[in-house]
Design a protein around this ligand. Structure first.
Ligand code: GTP
Ligand code: MG
Length: 151
């Protein structure tokens, strides 16, 4: 099954929403295989958001994502990247449907509570997972309810 990279952003952590956001993926039935709590240094943040380095909002984005603790995670499941992007909602919370994480917890484009790897970008998961996790930090175990989640 597919693995996808997800991260609770500093705004959500500061607002006490990390647990709520993690619960969304847990309750959906996705399998958590990696998680940490850290404050990103600038170099790490600039590499993570490298695709946006020429954009006018790049410095603000790096300032924000390094401004407090984040919760990087790896979730596994059938079609996980697409499913997670749907659960997160549109990049701009003003456009995000109610019921999505951004649609329920965020108001502003620059404070949109959660990151997930881009479904359209082929190499995104592999690149982002390896930027945040060593192989031995991803946990192997049986998802005990898998036969109730998948036919
Ligand atoms: P991430 O999961 O954070 O990568 O968001 P995304 O994949 O939905 O959007 P994208 O990668 O295009 O942009 C990365 C982040 O930059 C977004 O989450 C926004 O916070 C911010 N951002 C994107 N577009 C704009 C913009 O036009 N103006 C500003 N100020 N911020 C933007
Ligand atoms: Mg993105």
């Amino acid at each position: 099954r597919e693995r996808t990279f997800v991260m609770v952003k500093p705004d959500a952590f500061a607002r006490g929403l990390a647990g709520e956001i993690i619960s969304r993926f847990e309750e959906r039935g996705l399998k958590l295989v990696g998680m940490k709590l850290e404050v990103l240094d600038r170099e790490h943040a600039e590499e993570h958001y490298g695709e946006h380095e020429d954009k006018p909002f790049f410095d603000d984005l790096v300032d924000f994502i390094t401004s407090g603790p984040v919760v990087p995670m790896v979730w596994e499941g059938e079609d996980a990247t697409r499913q997670v992007r749907q659960m997160i909602g549109a990049t701009d919370p003003a456009e995000a449907a109610p019921g999505t994480i951004r649609g329920d917890y965020a108001l502003d484009l620059g404070r949109n509570v959660v990151h997930a790897a881009d479904h359209e970008d082929e190499g995104a998961n592999e690149r982002e997972i390896s930027l945040f996790f060593d192989d031995d930090e991803l946990v192997e175990y049986d998802q005990h309810d898998a036969s109730w989640l998948y036919e």
